[in-house]
Design a protein around this ligand. Structure first.
Ligand SMILES: [Zn+2]
Length: 223
């Protein structure tokens, strides 16, 4: 701790230096014009899987076929179906892929036999992977026909119903869009300004990097 006398001296010194500092600032050359122009930072995105080891081409859904999405509302908060449909609209717009709500389902993600996507809710007691701070899971499985490329054929989103019950529609939508991002083929990024950051907080919908990644997944060759 500084003694009161030293503090008073420092204050007086600061007061004495202040006009000089202001003068230096005013007479310094304009920094903005002198600095070299730099490109805008690239908004990041990443893919969950690529076609082969060392390949940069992403694995995605066949963009030339519609994706059917079914919803199991057991354990879901109220109004969840509306939130799912909003999220699907966002994913369809970002990818350009025809993504259709295909009705309700009684299946659970572990027993998904048909092609397409299932959105379901569960509880941490029923599904241990939802324990702790995790409120959602999203993933897809790919297949590779002989001579063809890998593409996703089954995907599932599982959400923590009790945790999201009091989260509000905007947060539920953000979680759902994040998990559907995984289902489409996006991986986590380290940039807090993207919805694919592992923790939902700063952004509530797809940001520039997420949108660029989803657009890339929607531009893959037909398979
Ligand atoms: Zn995630």
């Amino acid at each position: 701790m500084l003694s009161p006398r030293v503090r008073a001296l420092l204050l007086r010194l600061t007061a004495w230096w202040a006009p000089l500092l202001a003068l230096v600032t005013v007479t310094a050359p304009p920094v903005a014009e002198a600095a070299p122009k730099t490109a805008a930072p690239i908004a990041p995105y990443a893919f969950e899987a690529t076609q082969a080891r060392g390949s940069y081409q992403a694995v995605g859904w066949n963009p030339c076929r519609a994706i059917s999405v079914r919803v199991n509302l057991a354990h879901a908060p109220r109004h969840s179906l509306r939130v799912v449909q909003q999220a699907l609209t966002q994913v369809a717009a970002a990818t350009g892929i025809d993504i259709r709500y295909a009705g309700l389902s009684h299946h659970t993600p572990g027993f998904l036999r048909h092609y397409g996507v299932l959105v379901a809710w569960s509880t941490p007691a029923r599904q241990r992977t939802l324990a702790g701070p995790i409120v959602g899971l999203g993933a897809s499985r790919w297949r590779q026909p002989a001579g063809g490329s890998r593409h996703y054929v089954r995907g599932a989103v599982t959400l923590d119903g009790p945790a999201l019950r009091h989260a509000g529609a905007a947060r539920q939508l953000a979680v759902l869009e994040h998990e559907l991002g995984h289902v489409m083929g996006l991986a986590h990024v380290g940039d807090r300004n993207q919805l694919m950051y592992p923790v939902i907080g700063r952004v509530s919908s797809y940001a520039a990097g997420d949108l660029a990644g989803l657009a890339a997944l929607g531009s893959l060759p037909c398979s």
